[in-house]
Design a binder for this molecule. Structure first.
Ligand code: SAM
Length: 274
């Protein structure tokens, strides 16, 4: 079949933007470039793959899992059903964190990314700031397989550790960063998310705070004298997380940051950094 015929065929099933995205990905062309190849014939095996992927999309699979990759902060990351699909809010967390690292550190730093999933946070920071070490932690063996694939693809030197947050970690860090699961057990979420993304990456007990509790309770031995802690948070969790911080940590400064939609989405904790 020709490119144009496949686009027409695809539009019968799914939105044309998705058709162009899928076909472009298979043919290694961006959606605009596709338009310059409308008359070209596509190999049979690629036609077959295109039809299978379209079927998965139509059945409700997220486009990122169908494509098998996402763009995060300008880098291509492999993803599959064992990791959370990285979100735009997390790019905002990474962007703000880079700003603070550049402002407060003028030497290579030790970083830990807790609940790393695909590794987008830690691996992006490794590319953007000067690092001494980057440790990527997850409790899920399957998620860590994805992290390792991204380490390889991005030629990273980061380490992976299978661990229940700090359980198998014995180091101190300049930056501790995490986007842990924070959805309440009974919270209504989009069907496409609930049915496709790993529940281990989403849910964190009745109040959505289980992971923050586990991390903050055990964080002190892993903080260098001068350090930053950065969390992505649910927009209604600010006060509860502040209480947890004040219960377990003294002499720290807390900053809450909003996302582009003006909702509280990040908490930064500074120790000995004014
Ligand atoms: C919300 S996802 C974040 C993934 C990735 N950091 C991102 O921002 O796209 C949370 C991750 O935490 C991991 N996780 C859940 N419970 C954990 C635990 N007790 N210890 C370590 N990792 C955990 C999950 O497997 C999942 O990969």
């Amino acid at each position: 079949m020709k490119v144009e015929e496949l686009i027409v065929y695809g539009k019968e099933y799914i939105h044309s933007d998705y058709v162009k995205m899928l076909l472009g990905d298979i043919l290694n062309l961006n959606p605009l470039e596709l338009l310059n190849h409308l008359d070209e014939y596509v190999d049979e095996d690629k036609v077959k793959l295109f039809k299978e992927e379209m079927k998965s999309l139509k059945e409700g699979k997220p486009i990122q899992y169908v494509l098998g990759h996402v763009n995060f902060f300008g880098n291509k990351f492999y993803v599959n059903k064992n990791v959370l699909i990285p979100r735009f809010e997390t790019e905002e967390l990474v962007e703000k964190t880079i700003e603070y690292i550049n402002k407060y550190f003028n030497r290579p730093i030790d970083i830990i990314d807790l609940g790393c999933g695909s590794g987008v946070i830690g691996l992006t920071l490794e590319k953007k700031v000067s690092t001494k070490s980057v440790d990527l932690i997850d409790i899920s063996k399957e998620a860590l397989e994805v992290t390792k694939e991204n380490i390889k693809n991005l030629k990273s030197k980061a380490n992976t550790i299978e661990s229940n947050f700090f359980e198998n970690v014995d180091k101190k860090y300049d930056l501790i960063i995490s986007n842990p699961p924070y959805i309440k057990t009974n919270e209504e979420i989009e069907v496409i998310v609930k049915e496709n993304e790993p529940h281990l990456a989403l849910y964190a007990g009745v109040d959505g705070l289980d992971c923050y509790k586990k991390i903050i309770e055990n964080i002190k031995p892993h903080m260098k004298d001068r350090c930053i802690i950065a969390f992505e948070i649910g927009c209604d969790q600010t006060e509860d997380i502040k209480k947890l911080i004040n219960k377990y940590l003294d002499d720290v400064r807390i900053e809450v940051k909003k996302d582009l939609s003006n909702r509280d989405r990040m908490i930064f904790i500074f120790k000995n950094i004014e």
